[in-house]
Design a protein around this ligand. Sequence first.
Ligand SMILES: CC(C)(COP(=O)(O)OP(=O)(O)OC[C@H]1O[C@@H](n2cnc3c(N)ncnc32)[C@H](O)[C@@H]1OP(=O)(O)O)[C@@H](O)C(=O)NCCC(=O)NCCS
Length: 217
Amino acid sequence: MANPTAYLPLVVIGRGGHARVIADTARACGQSVAVFLDDDFAAAPSGLHVEGPVRALIPKYIGTHRFAVGIGDHRFRRAFAELVLAQDGELATMIHPSAIIASDVTIGAGSVVLAGAIIGTGARIGRFTIVNTGASVDHDCTLEDNVQIGPGATLAGTVVCRRDAFVCSGATVIPKIEIGAGAIVAAGATVIKNVTAQTMVAGCPAMEKKTLRAHAD
Ligand SMILES: CC(C)(COP(=O)(O)OP(=O)(O)OC[C@H]1O[C@@H](n2cnc3c(N)ncnc32)[C@H](O)[C@@H]1OP(=O)(O)O)[C@@H](O)C(=O)NCCC(=O)NCCS
């Protein structure tokens, strides 16, 4: 898959750890980073060019820049991505050069595949989704919009992650499992049966730990 990044300079929304990873990924793709946008712009660490507040400044960069949402929390990630699209802004889709992606994989707008991640043949990746550092998404998996697969997590073949799901660092999901919308698989869990929407599961084998509050869109 061609890396579609080398166009307009990038605006990164957010200024935390994930935002800096996104900026680093952009630079590795040959993409220049113009500015970070954050509501907490006054407290930005030195060396980072941060402006804010976010909502007020997005229109300033529409048409001349592309946007990447560097926020791990799925509620803010979705909200800002949809705000950019609603103003006809362009979301960058980024694939780190060290990632390995099968040629037939489809990846939606605003999604990022970070360093060392692997995505197998037949996989479909939605919008605003993060396949984090060293994660493995095997053949024929489906990640709907705004999913996050954490660093080093492993999805075996034909796993489905519904929208807003988060598979945390180092978790493993066996083949053909469905992770429900908004569900969280805790770090290190081994998932061997379907996970109900808006629940958090943990452990080996993964068991339900709590119900999560659904968020209105
Ligand atoms: C899943 C996670 C987000 C849950 O956080 P939380 O909502 O604050 O969870 P809580 O602290 O309320 O824990 C609820 C229960 O689950 C257990 N639990 C939480 N995480 C667990 C884990 N990774 N493995 C096993 N049990 C876990 C807690 O011990 C607690 O059990 P108890 O009710 O029997 O006491 C967090 O534990 C986690 O795994 N974070 C990793 C995030 C990550 O990978 N980020 C990568 C970004 S780069």
